[in-house]
Design a protein around this ligand. Structure first.
Ligand SMILES: NC(=O)c1ccc[n+]([C@@H]2O[C@H](COP(=O)([O-])OP(=O)(O)OC[C@H]3O[C@@H](n4cnc5c(N)ncnc54)[C@H](O)[C@@H]3O)[C@@H](O)[C@H]2O)c1
Ligand SMILES: [Zn+2]
Length: 369
């Protein structure tokens, strides 16, 4: 069953051009037309940045199609998070220069979040910034990382510690690209999809609770709503002053678990566990409505993601949570739900709720109990 074309537009204060988001099946086989429709000026040449896996599957097809618009080159790097470094960015920048990409050239990022973050970063600094497009091919990238303008690379002092805010001209999403995605990658997108429903859309949550959550085809029907939620939040608070923190639900505990496991626990599993723990914290604080709390825990527990984490180092997790961007002045802060579909605020309207170290530690014991 097709889903038609969904169009969303992300405009933020201070940015000149809007970022257009197109979601349509088979977009990938006709990428040239979509890109052309979003460009005002002529293009001198195109560089598609991708990784070694995605290149094998979609590289040639894309090059053939885009060549009809302008001379098109394909550059790739070894797939995987370990490539998301300044070194890879430097290599990519030299390749753009060697290909004589000028300011009328464009970059097309084809792949998951690793490619998107790297290619976006490269596009943002090459000759002080050139136009680029995001063509996300993982579920995580289609519902999350390709939207919102964050680019970056990892460094020895942490993940995503070097980066820029730089919006692509367009985000072109083809849900059919998920057909070739390994099933094990679905959980990363699924975690974010559940997160969106809890922070902003009860009906979507109810539909998720009735759906088969291990099928790319079923999950892809939720892509437009997820994108719409992220666009809504980001356009109201692009620089993460307050509201944008809600997108971080499940991520305070989640990121800490992910780091503590040395990234052997996937991001999706980490934030699913993070939502279990943070949901519990919100219930303890009396913020999360009891029935809604039980519904959330039941949906998450039905996924069968277990906290197979023996010997959690609580103090290390506390330190990690304190280093989280939402925390400040030595107090752990996180975004917490009030109902499914509505996030809690403090009396002064902040979405960053202070949580005592003791309660944080107890939530970890709740997870492994
Ligand atoms: N910028 C943001 O706002 C933001 C938000 C969330 C996450 N991220 C970043 O995203 C990254 C994770 O992204 P990811 O989960 O997409 O990982 P990824 O880019 O590593 O992709 C996962 C794997 O799937 C393969 N792949 C991608 N598309 C495929 C397809 N259609 N068919 C077959 N294989 C395919 C890739 O080669 C890779 O092996 C992290 O670095 C994270 O920091 C960024
Ligand atoms: Zn996430």
């Amino acid at each position: 069953m097709g889903m038609g074309t969904v169009r969303l537009s992300l405009t933020t204060k201070g940015s000149s051009a809007a970022c257009e988001i197109l979601i349509k099946e088979e977009l990938l086989s006709r990428l040239r037309a979509s890109i052309e429709s979003l460009l005002e000026d002529e293009v001198s040449s195109i560089v598609v940045i991708t990784d070694s896996n995605v290149r094998k599957i979609y590289g040639n097809q894309l090059r053939r199609d885009l060549s009809k618009l302008a001379k098109t080159h394909l550059v790739s790097f070894k797939a995987g998070e370990s490539s998301k470094t300044l070194e890879t960015a430097t290599i990519l920048l030299s390749k753009l220069a060697a290909l004589d990409l000028d300011r009328k050239g464009i970059v097309v990022s084809l792949g998951g979040g690793v490619v998107g973050d790297l290619a976006g970063f490269v596009a943002s600094v090459y000759k002080r910034g050139i136009k680029y497009f995001q063509v996300p091919t993982t579920l995580l990238a289609q519902v999350d990382s390709s939207i919102g303008g964050k680019t970056g690379v990892d460094s020895e002092w942490g993940k995503n510690q070097i980066g820029t805010f730089y919006y692509p001209r367009g985000v072109l999403i083809d849900p059919l690209a998920l057909k070739t995605l390994p099933n094990s990658e679905l959980i990363n997108g699924l975690g974010e999809i559940i997160k969106y429903s809890v922070i902003a859309n009860r009906r979507m949550f109810e539909r998720l609770a009735k759906s088969r959550l291990d099928s790319a085809e079923v999950l892809s029907r939720f892509i437009p709503e997820c994108c719409a939620i992220k666009v809504g939040v980001v356009s109201k608070d692009p620089s993460e002053q307050n509201l944008r923190s809600v997108l971080n639900y499940g991520h305070t505990v989640g990121h800490a678990l992910e780091a503590e496991s040395n990234y052997s626990l996937s991001h999706g599993k980490s934030i699913v566990l993070g939502m279990l723990a943070e949901g519990w914290i919100s219930r303890q604080l009396g913020s999360f409505n009891q029935d809604d709390y039980e519904e959330q825990q039941a949906l998450i527990q039905s996924l069968g993601v277990s906290a197979d984490l023996p010997n959690l180092d609580e103090n290390k997790l506390v330190r990690l949570a304190l280093a989280d961007k939402k925390s400040s002045s030595g107090v752990i802060r996180m975004s917490l739900p009030e109902r499914i579909g509505k996030m809690h605020t403090t009396k002064s309207g902040s979405f960053r709720i202070p949580v005592s170290t003791e309660l944080f530690k107890r939530s970890l014991r709740y997870l492994v109990a």
